[in-house]
Design a protein around this ligand. Structure first.
Ligand SMILES: [Zn+2]
Length: 305
């Protein structure tokens, strides 16, 4: 009888564990690339307004701290943009490095790339003296077209105290910023309406794509790191994008929290021309196909021309 009770308890406990595993809340960390400036602006929008709008939304939505990855070269031409970075820090959001010049590791040597990482440091030190800015996001997600370059730069980052800010969810949000500036200049309301609809539809589709891929690669969902950019249309759509994630039951976490998951300590260790998200590289070495998807590249390119 006692054994029977233990067995019943084990079965009940086991099914509770399964139930908990199945209903685990999906998590995502938002991150923004190309601070202090990304993409063209619509008429009558000043550059600092874009980042201020993003910061206001993050605050209003009570988001946890969100990393912004900096390209210092922009301050050479536009010194006032240092204030945009200071606004980010003042709002309690952390900064990381995205190289000084936004170089692709596919087209330069590892040495040149490492110099460009070092060149970004004086700016980060100046605008964020107390911050943990030793998080690094590769421009274009190009982590090295050859294994030798990949390993050389990873070795450099490691030796200089940097952690790689991976991307595990991406819908190429940046594609909408140029057509938005064009449609606004032409006062094309139908064009803007199409952009709003297609941005959210594509985000929705790619949330599904990366959730599917995660289950295929890891057998479960990992906490995702979402790639975003500080563009004018991104700023406009941010409240609706956050609402989309909330409607799917997502919980918002920090980059540090997401990357505590063991999936992020696995290095696919391959040269990969053209770059990609961590999951794309893992899929490549596991021989898993990227799920079918659609993106309105052509329509975005032609809209409001
Ligand atoms: Zn970038």
């Amino acid at each position: 009888m006692k054994l029977f009770r233990i067995l019943v308890a084990a079965v009940v406990f086991g099914s509770v564990c399964v139930a908990i595993a199945q209903t685990k809340t999906p998590q995502v960390a938002f991150t923004f690339d190309d601070l202090p400036a990304h993409g063209p602006l619509p008429p009558d929008v000043a550059r600092p307004e874009v980042v201020r709008s993003i910061l206001a939304t993050l605050k209003a939505e009570k988001m946890p701290p969100v990393y912004g990855f900096v390209n210092g070269f922009r301050l050479t031409g536009y010194p006032y943009q240092a204030d945009i970075l200071k606004d980010w820090v003042k709002a309690g959001e952390p900064l990381g490095s995205h190289t000084f010049s936004h170089l692709s590791l596919d087209v330069v040597s590892a040495e040149r790339f490492e110099e460009d990482i070092a060149a970004n440091e004086p700016i980060l030190k100046r605008v964020d003296p107390n911050g943990d800015w030793h998080w690094f996001r590769y421009p274009f997600l190009d982590e090295g077209d050859t294994l030798a370059k990949r390993q050389a730069v990873r070795g450099y980052l490691n030796a200089h105290g940097y952690k790689v800010a991976e991307v595990t969810m991406d819908f190429e949000d940046y594609l909408w910023n140029e057509p938005y500036a064009r449609c606004m200049a032409k006062h094309d309301d139908a064009g803007v309406a199409y952009l709003e609809k297609s941005y959210l539809e594509t985000a929705d589709e790619f949330i599904g794509v990366f959730r599917d891929l995660s289950k295929q690669l890891y057998g479960h969902e990992i906490p995702y790191v979402l790639l975003m950019h500080v563009g004018a249309f991104d700023a406009k759509m941010l409240p609706r994008l956050i609402a989309l994630f909330r409607s799917k039951g997502f919980e918002f976490v920090t980059l540090e929290q997401a990357q505590k998951d063991p999936a992020y300590s696995f290095d696919p260790n391959i040269g990969y021309p053209g770059g990609g998200t961590l999951e794309e590289l893992v899929a490549k070495i596991k021989g898993v196909n990227f799920p079918d998807n659609t993106k309105p590249y052509k329509k975005l390119e032609k809209l409001c021309q």
